[in-house]
Design a protein around this ligand. Structure first.
Ligand code: SR1
Ligand code: MG
Length: 397
């Protein structure tokens, strides 16, 4: 991966993006290239550049100096492009084959040029299309175990870990999560966005002091526990899939945080998808949650036994205690994510496209109940096999 400071920052357009790809030697200069801006996320420009003759393509992602979803009134650091490309390189080292390859990065232009994954589909869309994804859960379990264990104090010498913590300090993007996942949805804040029919349920949530106390504890963990290098935004829109491949993208929120946050976001987004399904179609989702967690647990434990540098690792019960704590956090973080995707600023299509409208509202009310109960009962859910019953019970009215 080359790193260069080539020019002053300017937002690219389709013609300048493909000219840049040629200048970087990614395509020969006599070709007629196609370039399309395909970014449908909240923050960045994403250009898909292809040579129609050979079929070769690349993705060029550029950070904007503000949040695209809001506009220029919300400035956002370009440094997130450096964080994203460095995280992709680190994750490729730790979980080979599970992230796109980075070809080039330029900190001044805030761009990352990477492998074209257009033969794959975004997992959220695939799940909404009810596709069978036989390897998704196992691949994500592996991704989580390897990236989280091998960037933690269990695997790194203290000085090395602290250097990495410094490299991945990401205050602007953490603030987005602190506000939109852990704060705003739990108060009557203007940034919240929900249908008028949900007001009563939202007000009930805002009055629930037990939930608020538990969210305060989870937020404190997010703010203070620099356990491992997180992806930081591991929802199903950050994962490309097919029946045989899985690639985790978009780690611009990466920072050192509590290990349970990444599995929590992944599981929450599977649960949000389950809420959009009829009961008879939900089994695949619960099986995927179980498989992902079990893979995580097996691989995290194997890495611990093989590579832990921590003298206390051999103490009986310490591994089990660590996994129990991570699972408890995972369930709590999942609850926060389910709630914020229902009444907060950034929604998910799984819920927002449910038809008819009355069923959409019903499912969103169920999501709020589920989120609250996950947060409050996280100590009583001991393993993922219990989630299906818990889910059914939580949403029953
Ligand atoms: C303003 S950004 C809103 C959300 O989009 C990103 O993907 C993160 O999930 C963030 O919370
Ligand atoms: Mg993203």
């Amino acid at each position: 991966m080359a790193i260069a400071n080539t020019s002053l920052y300017e937002p690219l357009i389709e013609s300048t993006a493909s000219a840049l790809a040629v200048r970087l030697g990614l395509f020969e200069d006599n070709l007629v290239l196609n370039c399309e801006e395909i970014g449908d996320g909240n923050l960045n420009l994403v250009f898909h550049i292809t040579d129609p003759k050979s079929g070769k393509g690349v993705i060029l992602k550029q950070a904007l100096p503000y949040a695209k979803v809001i506009g220029e009134s919300w400035p956002l650091t370009l440094d997130r492009a450096r964080i994203e490309s460095s995280a992709l390189v680190k994750q490729a080292e730790l979980a080979p084959g599970l992230v796109p390859e980075v070809y080039y990065t330029d900190q001044t232009l805030a761009i990352t040029v990477m492998e074209d994954l257009s033969h794959l589909q975004i997992a959220r869309k695939a799940l909404m299309d009810r596709k069978k994804l036989p390897l998704l859960a196992e691949h994500i379990g592996t991704f989580l175990a390897r990236t989280l264990f091998y960037t933690s104090d269990f695997a790194l010498k203290p000085h090395v870990k602290k250097r990495l913590v410094k490299q991945f300090t990401n205050p602007d993007l953490c603030k987005i999560t602190e506000d939109f996942v852990f704060t705003d949805p739990f108060f009557d804040f203007e940034s919240n966005d929900f249908e008028p029919e949900l007001r009563e349920a939202a007000e009930k949530l805002w009055e629930d002091t037990h939930v608020k106390l538990e969210v305060a504890k989870l937020k404190r963990k997010f703010l203070t526990e620099a356990e491992a290098l997180l992806h930081g935004d591991l929802h199903t829109g950050s994962i490309f899939v097919s029946e045989t491949e899985t690639k985790v993208i978009d780690p611009e929120f990466a920072f050192f945080g509590p290990i349970g946050f990444d599995p929590g976001q992944f599981i929450a987004n599977l649960l949000l998808n389950a809420l959009s399904r009829e009961e008879q179609d939900q089994d695949f989702i619960f099986e995927a949650i179980e498989k992902a967690w079990n893979t995580f647990e097996v691989e995290f434990s194997a890495a611990w036994k093989k590579d832990s540098l921590e003298r206390f690792s051999e103490v009986e019960g310490y591994l089990e205690h660590t996994l129990e704590q991570i699972f408890e956090d995972t369930i709590g973080f999942a609850g926060c994510e389910v709630i914020r995707r229902t009444i907060g600023l950034a929604h998910v299509a799984d819920l927002d496209t449910i038809e008819p409208y009355s069923r959409r509202i019903e499912s969103k009310i169920q999501a709020l109940e589920l989120g609250k109960k996950l947060i409050k009962n996280r100590l009583n859910i001991n393993e993922p096999g219990q989630l299906k019953r818990f889910f059914r019970h939580a949403i029953a009215r």
